[in-house]
Design a protein around this ligand. Structure first.
Ligand SMILES: CCCCCCCCCC/C=C\CCCCC/C=C/C(=O)SCCNC(=O)CCNC(=O)[C@H](O)C(C)(C)COP(=O)(O)OP(=O)(O)OC[C@H]1O[C@@H](n2cnc3c(N)ncnc32)[C@H](O)[C@@H]1OP(=O)(O)O
Ligand code: FAD
Length: 667
């Protein structure tokens, strides 16, 4: 079944790969994006963006200074949020943005990712009615300012205060020390004129903990900072350099009482405080991003896998046997072992990302109806997923980069930027080690509930099951039963690690340590349990997707799922072996199956990444281009380097030439 990406003039090796494809690449892409219609819309948007002169790039972003890149991004953002705004549905926006401006951020990123969601879910009706229409119409730009120079993780110790003044019915917002400055918020430095600012709420001298407040930062007419406000950009970073991550200090800035986000927690005019139905509803914007970033980070890995796979199909280097032409590097087993698991993981992350977005929507619905009972499960799952996915994605992108040899190190490959953006996710929205502990807290409760025979939510239902013997390698040639056997083994391992961690914790408490110190003595094991819980969820989610897939793509998805499971199990072999649930022979069996999977998937590798349906513009990689004509494109790309504007650089004229001349004249 030929892949529909084939076009005349393409690199013949890529064409051959696509001709040997065994599945309908459009079917898989439609499944990935939810429907044929969604796939068509995706393509339509890609084509229209490419054809829109307002989005044209005279030279690639990689060659622009930071200021020019920010300028170009802002210009395109204006086009998106004025000219294009009504041409796309909200759920198509992320694709439009990726396509038109790229992945390094844009002036309205935080406005969408956190400012609007905070207002939507935390502002009371009056404030929402006043501010939301203006924010949605882009009359104002906002961000989410929580992290301070001195505190990001430990929100309880944030220093910025919002002290209620009953006499004027205002909050006084203040930054008491240098390290209390807000530091890091995206789009805070230069773009935003408003922010949701997280402050300790102080009433009558009593600290009621972190709460959110809407603060105007800049004049709506001049964009100059308002009195009492010091604001700016924190400087260049590993990536996200078209984002103005910023600093902010507030010098006793007064805001009206109603600018506290009071849908859940409330302060009445006389200073009476009413707590929310769930203590952490103020943290809702973080849960929003965590729930959505899984999918977007899966897409980053998908891009890297697409670049590495296509390039490895056109790159020929060395021979496996003497004689004959040089081989495609994709034929080396080590190359397949590096890249194919990244393809499988990208699909797994995308599937899990879609499930968790749905779970988020359900939880939000519940909260709107006064029910926060789904929140703890969602918080545990999103905390685990954000940590596992960003770390796994970072490792995966780096594997893809190395698999492209020298050219992978060039910005032409697009891979260094992808890596920089991906690993940002290990830190933002809660540092990974910290968020895994949030998941572990929930697991520890789950272990207790299971012991007490209480009912468990679906994501931790496995904690209440009994383990049998691992059937890995004992299920004959039936792939369906093999998948089940592996999933059961993963369930056992996730359960066993959670119970072991719980017992280790209890042992330390019984030994006389307080709960918290005892916790710190077992957090490595706690986080291990959280990771395996998360990886089990991802495997189960992939399996659900496989079982519900149409027959036309069932076989290739099953091959991919096999590789996914075998790879994950070999990667986690230590955990499978530790308690004797699996034996060495079973691990050897899994490795043998993994190597077979590499061979099975080889003919479909290029088509599997074609089904990610990432346009050349969005991929932004000379190595990953759909037509595979990389060498000419590489030269054309390099010619645009600003160092090539002139043959003899001033740096050479001013320093190197005189040095050489002086040294020659000494002889
Ligand atoms: C046009 C484009 C459209 C785009 C659309 C949106 C796209 C989104 C995709 C975005 C992708 C990329 C965009 C990039 C943007 C990045 C921007 C980055 C922003 C940030 O980084 S914002 C700052 C984030 N900061 C943090 O995450 C801080 C981490 N720290 C914490 O969260 C907390 O301090 C803590 C949880 C670690 C500890 O808090 P604490 O108050 O001390 O609580 P605990 O005692 O630990 O826990 C008490 C109980 O509360 C539960 N809990 C904690 N947090 C939550 C929560 N968020 N929700 C629910 N429940 C929570 C916890 O489990 C405890 O429960 P228990 O007592 O055990 O029952
Ligand atoms: C690209 C990017 C964008 C960002 N955007 C925003 C934004 O828009 N708005 C915003 O408010 N913030 C933003 N941030 C800030 C970000 O949310 C914080 O940096 C993050 O939450 C980590 O906090 P921290 O920097 O204080 O790290 P720290 O807490 O100082 O972490 C340092 C180390 O200490 C460890 N550590 C800390 N506490 C514990 C613990 N309890 N247990 C074990 N280990 C611990 C961490 O694991 C880590 O290894 C952004 C950050 C980045 C990198």
């Amino acid at each position: 079944m030929p892949n529909r990406c084939i076009r005349p003039g393409d690199n013949p090796d890529l064409t051959k790969e696509r001709e040997t494809c065994t599945f309908d690449t459009d079917e898989l892409a439609a499944n990935l994006y939810g429907s044929r219609r969604n796939l068509e819309r995706r393509r339509e948007i890609s084509q229209k963006v490419s054809a829109d002169p307002d989005f044209a790039d005279p030279i690639p972003h990689e060659f622009l200074s930071r200021e020019k890149a920010v300028d170009a991004t802002a210009k395109k953002s204006k086009v998106i949020f004025q000219k294009w705004k009504n041409l796309v549905k909200p759920e198509e926006m992320p694709h439009l943005v990726n396509e038109a401006v790229g992945i390094q951020g844009f002036p309205l990123a935080l406005h969408h990712a956190m400012f609007l969601p905070s207002l939507n879910s935390q502002a009371d009706d009056d404030l929402a009615a006043e501010i939301l229409p203006r924010a949605k119409a882009y009359e104002i730009i906002g961000t989410y300012a929580q992290t301070e120079m001195g505190h990001g993780t430990n929100l309880r110790e944030l220093e910025t205060t919002a002290t209620y003044d009953k006499t004027t019915q205002e909050f006084v917002i203040n930054t008491p020390t240098r390290k209390a400055m807000k530091w890091w918020p995206g789009n805070l430095g230069k773009m935003s004129n408003y922010a949701v600012v997280c402050c300790q709420l102080i009433i009558d001298g009593k600290n009621l903990g972190p709460h959110n407040f809407l603060v105007q930062l800049r004049c709506e007419k001049t964009h100059e900072p308002l009195p009492g406000i010091t604001v700016g950009d924190i400087g260049p970073k590993i990536a996200y350099n078209t984002t103005d991550n910023g600093f902010l200090a507030l010098d006793n800035v007064r805001i009206p009482r109603r600018q506290m986000l009071m849908k859940h927690a409330k302060v009445s005019p006389d200073g009476t405080y009413t707590p929310p139905i769930h203590a952490k509803l103020n943290y809702g914007a973080m849960v929003h991003v965590r729930a959505h970033m899984i999918y977007s980070h899966g897409h980053l890995l998908a891009r890297a896998a697409a670049v590495a796979t296509r390039y490895s199909a056109v790159r020929r280097q060395g021979r496996i046997e003497n004689g004959g032409p040089e081989v495609q590097i994709l034929d080396y087993q080590t190359q397949q072992h590096r890249i194919f698991p990244q393809i499988a993981r990208a699909y797994a992350i995308l599937f899990a990302g879609q499930e968790v977005r749905d779970q988020y929507a359900k939880t939000l619905e519940g909260i709107a109806n006064g029910q926060a009972d789904l929140l703890p499960d969602l918080h545990a799952l999103t905390s685990g997923l954000k940590s596992v996915v960003t770390f796994m994605g970072g490792l995966g992108i780096e594997q893809c980069r190395m698999s492209c040899g020298g050219h992978g190190y060039s910005d032409a490959s697009g891979l260094p930027k992808l890596y920089g953006v991906q690993i940002g996710g290990c830190t933002y929205e809660g540092e990974n080690m910290v968020m895994l502990q949030q998941t572990a807290r929930y697991l520890m409760k789950g272990v207790k509930w299971a012991e007490q025979g209480k009912s468990l939510s679906p994501s931790i239902a496995y904690l209440g099951k009994k383990s049998g013997k691992s059937l890995i390698g004992l299920k004959g040639g039936d792939i369906t039963r093999e998948h089940e056997a592996i999933l059961e083994t993963l369930e056992h391992t996730a359960r066993r690690l959670a119970i072991d961690a719980s017992q280790l914790w209890e042992k330390r408490i019984k030994g006389g340590e307080c709960k918290e110190r005892a916790w710190n003595g077992v957090t490595v094991e706690m986080n291990r349990a959280s990771r395996v819980y998360t990886r089990l969820f991802m495997a189960r989610s992939f399996h659900r997707r496989l079982l519900s897939s149409p027959s036309s793509i069932r076989s290739v998805l099953s091959d991919l799922f096999s590789l996914y499971l075998h790879y994950e199990c070999v990667d986690m072999a230590q955990h499978l072996l530790e308690d004797g649930h699996c034996n060495g022979g079973q691990i050897q069996y899994l490795k043998k199956r993994l190597y077979e999977d590499l061979t099975t998937l080889r003919p479909n590798a290029v088509s599997l990444v074609d089904s990610f349906e990432i346009s050349d513009r969005e991929l932004n990689s000379v190595l990953g281009r759909r037509d595979g004509n990389v060498y000419e494109a590489l030269f054309q790309w390099a010619k645009q380097s600003e160092l090539n504007y002139t043959d003899v650089l001033p740096a050479v004229k001013n320093y190197m030439m005189p040095m050489m001349e002086e040294n020659r004249s000494k002889l």
